[in-house]
Write a protein that binds this ligand. Structure first.
Ligand SMILES: C[S@@+](CC[C@H](N)C(=O)[O-])C[C@H]1O[C@@H](n2cnc3c(N)ncnc32)[C@H](O)[C@@H]1O
Length: 232
């Protein structure tokens, strides 16, 4: 089965406009993920599923060397326009091997709001594990399984493809699954879970998006993991 959130390929600029300043991306996902990633100064960071380069821009500002890729050509073009020659950019689909990256060659990986779009999450995670140096970390964010269950109903334990339309005309396809299934996939790919974060919104959200802020203070929407590649 071919799975992609086609809005990302057909209208990448819409995502860029949204994600640059939205409550969920700019004031919830990115600050919490960058905090979880920690110091990147002088490190080589792979931004997998980089979208328009909003993360890569932040990583560069924190002193990282950045390699970024996305399956959407339009997203990579937007990232190129944003980052110029400050990062190495590439069109690449995570369903294929990262043959252009050596084993153990990157210090850290960011996989922000991508994993739930993948059919074969274990194979993709195995490849990311391969290119990460021993002791390196992968930070990833995804839908909180509780939030998917709250919105979608049915069984919390269902592992199934969901098709939805967001914000009027964004067709989105993603996998829902329980927390235990996600953790099992991480272990299967060789990762150890160092920490799990159920983030709070950034303080600035209270003034800019008060209703969303109030909701996210009491109800999780995303969940984040810091995964480690063991030293041996
Ligand atoms: C919600 S966006 C997140 C973009 C970026 N990580 C961010 O948080 O700003 C999801 C991104 O995953 C990319 N994506 C989805 N499936 C992919 C795949 N199989 N390989 C590489 N990128 C993929 C999409 O093209 C899109 O840019």
């Amino acid at each position: 089965m071919r799975l992609v959130s086609s809005i990302y390929e057909r209208r990448p600029a819409d995502f860029e406009r949204h994600a640059a300043g939205s409550a969920y991306n700019a004031l919830y996902d990115r600050p919490a993920m960058l905090n979880l990633l920690g110091d990147v100064d002088g490190q080589l960071v792979l931004d997998a599923g980089c979208g328009p380069g909003l993360y890569a821009e932040q990583l560069l500002a924190r002193g990282a060397h950045v390699i970024a890729f996305d399956r959407s050509t339009g997203m990579v073009e937007l990232a190129q326009a944003r980052l110029g020659d400050r990062a190495t950019l590439r069109v690449h689909d995570l369903s294929r091997p990262l043959a252009w990256l050596d084993a153990g060659s990157v210090d850290a990986i960011v996989l922000a709001l991508v994993i739930h779009h993948l059919d074969d999450r274990v194979s993709a995670l195995r490849e990311l594990h391969r290119v990460l140096r021993p002791g390196g970390r992968l930070v990833l964010s995804t839908h909180h399984p509780f939030d998917d269950w709250r919105r979608l109903g049915g069984s919390y334990f269902a592992i199934e493809l969901v098709e939805e339309v967001w914000m009027g005309d964004w067709d989105i396809r993603y996998w829902r699954q329980p927390l235990s299934a996600s953790c099992a996939e991480f272990f299967k790919a060789g990762f150890l879970i160092e920490s799990i974060v159920e983030p709070q919104p950034a303080a600035e959200m209270a003034a800019l998006f008060p209703e969303t802020h109030a909701k996210l203070c009491i109800q999780p929407s995303f969940i984040m993991f810091r995964l480690l590649r063991a030293l041996r």
